[in-house]
Design a protein around this ligand. Structure first.
Ligand code: B1M
Length: 212
């Protein structure tokens, strides 16, 4: 499979071709993780670099994101296929002020694939919505994503909302996203941090096992 060509189709925002190539790749038994990493995620990294260097602007970034999502739709059934019995429930969302959802969606898919029942609140999610959903579904874990240095501090506000309600101790908080670090997670007393969707699976499993 020509991963470079796939990446170029994503970067050009050609969702039709992206879907076609991902479907063909899966039919030829190319590893879904390789398609994801070498084709789709590589494209978003390149797009990020071009944006930073003022070679492209927000509309092109948005088109690339749509094409990436088209590819992820094809990959989703493969990534979320699970034969395991549910090991816990998690609420996930991108925090208030932040519209980035590709990484969050990926984390949701991988956690679902690991047998975690996922409740996705989408993007731009206020603290109160995390709290309400967590109580409603009896969640074990709250997963927060942020992609901007300006929205990352809102993760602290979400945790504080749970503290204010006197229920912080009932939930495991996992946080992640490009600007987020282990040190930041510690500073806001999140339980854990994961750098990517694959690591998020291991971390979530470990903390859910501890919680049981
Ligand atoms: Co935006 N954007 N963007 N953007 N965008 C970044 C993040 C940026 C780094 C680009 C750059 O300058 N190089 C920059 C942020 C700079 C900063 O804050 N330091 C930036 C900016 C500035 C902006 C705007 C402000 C631009 C503007 O309007 N002037 C604006 C903000 C809008 C808002 O949110 N309020 C904006 C808008 C957008 C679009 C809407 C056009 C689009 C998003 C569309 C969408 O998501 N549906 C977009 C995109 C596509 C990007 C880049 C190019 C790609 C992001 C992405 O999808 N990466 C991005 C540059 C980059 O990241 N290189 C950029 C692929 C994805 C798989 O990775 O999301 O990092 P990621 O997720 C990873 C890990 O972070 C981790 O696992 C994931 C999978 O492995 N992870 C978790 C994520 N969440 C996790 C949660 C966990 C655990 C792990 O536990 C719960």
């Amino acid at each position: 499979m020509d991963f470079n060509q796939l990446s170029l189709y994503v970067q050009k925002g050609n969702g039709g071709k992206v879907k076609e190539m991902v479907s063909e790749g899966l039919a030829q038994k190319v590893s879904p993780t390789e398609i994801l990493n070498e084709g789709l995620i590589a494209a978003m990294t390149a797009i990020g670099e071009k944006f930073k260097n003022n070679e492209i602007y927000v509309p092109e970034m948005l088109m690339a994101a749509k094409a990436m999502n088209a590819g992820m739709q094809v990959l989703e059934p493969v990534l979320t296929a699970t034969g395991v019995k549910p090991i816990g429930k998690a609420v996930i969302g991108t925090v208030k002020g932040d519209l980035h959802d590709i990484g969050k969606n990926l984390v949701r898919m991988m956690l679902k694939g690991a047998g975690i029942e996922m409740y996705d609140l989408g993007i731009d999610v206020p603290a109160q919505a995390f709290l309400a959903k967590a109580k409603e579904v009896g969640a074990d874990m709250i997963c927060l994503s942020a992609l901007l240095t300006t929205t990352m501090p809102y993760m602290d506000s979400v945790i504080k909302e749970f503290e204010k309600a006197g229920v912080r101790g009932q939930f495991v908080f996992m946080i992640g996203g490009a600007p987020v670090t282990e040190a930041y997670a510690k500073s806001i007393h999140a339980d854990c941090y994961a750098e990517d969707a694959v690591v998020a699976v291991d971390v979530a499993k470990k903390y859910l096992a501890k919680k049981q």
